[in-house]
Design a protein around this ligand. Structure first.
Ligand code: GRF
Length: 223
């Protein structure tokens, strides 16, 4: 009997370059999962067009047609559940999600955030890193909890801030790292090697004392 690939849903609000990276990794045999749904809060999101082109079912729900955030989130997450997804990836999903909707997904839902968390949760991360005079910047993939960008960090990609970098340059140099970080982290999660028991993320049964680091050959343990 052949086992079925893990089923993954993705939520995205924007152009979807991280979704494209996931689809690409799958295409190249580096991410053995099945994408069962791509959902968005924006009918115009580029991510939905990418999913359509890849024959992945899509879902666009307009938050304005719901009485409040909770009603929207519960409907969205009920539909994600109905898609058969076992894992959920937020790839540029620009909404705060109600804790009640998140709870059933604890340990099965990840988000990519363009900063070295716990630094710079929320928006304008590149600008904030520059304004703080940081020498290093990066991206993080973390388990999602009710705290915005606050769940346990699984893996990070780091980059050095160069003299003269501005917000756009930093975003431009970070994005290709995000595109490697997210598929690599999802592959680890979907393989069953990475788990979250409510304390620290565990790799092969051992708690991670620091986030995994993206290196030349993929993710590795931090020294
Ligand atoms: C990425 O920078 C991601 O880290 C952030 O939103 C952006 C989404 O870009 N959360 P894209 O839509 O995947 O191109």
């Amino acid at each position: 009997m052949t086992s079925q690939p893990p089923r993954v849903a993705v939520l995205a609000s924007g152009r979807g370059s991280n979704l494209a990276a996931l689809l690409d990794a799958r295409e190249h045999g580096e991410l053995p999962v099945e994408f069962v749904l791509v959902g968005s809060d924006k009918a115009s999101a580029g991510a939905l067009r990418l999913a359509e082109a890849a024959n992945i079912p899509t879902l666009a729900l307009d938050p304005r047609s719901y009485p409040d955030r909770l009603a929207f989130d519960l409907d969205l997450f009920q539909r994600i559940g109905a898609s058969g997804a076992e894992w959920l990836v937020l790839a540029g999903f620009m909404r705060i999600i109600d804790g009640a909707a998140l709870r059933p997904w604890a340990g099965r839902m990840i988000n990519i955030h363009p900063s070295l968390l716990p630094k710079y949760r929320g928006l304008h991360t590149h600008r904030r890193a520059l304004e703080a005079g940081d020498r290093e910047h990066g991206a993080s993939v973390h388990f999602v909890t009710a705290e915005l960008d606050g769940g346990p960090v699984i893996a990070q990609a780091r980059l050095t801030i160069e003299a003269g970098d501005d917000e756009q340059q930093l975003a431009h140099r970070l994005l290709p790292l995000e595109h490697r970080l997210l598929p690599a982290t999802l592959a680890l999660l979907a393989s069953g090697r990475l788990q979250w028991d409510g304390h620290a993320p565990c790799l092969d049964g051992r708690p991670l004392h620091a986030p995994l680091l993206l290196g030349e050959h993929g993710l590795r343990l931090a020294e």
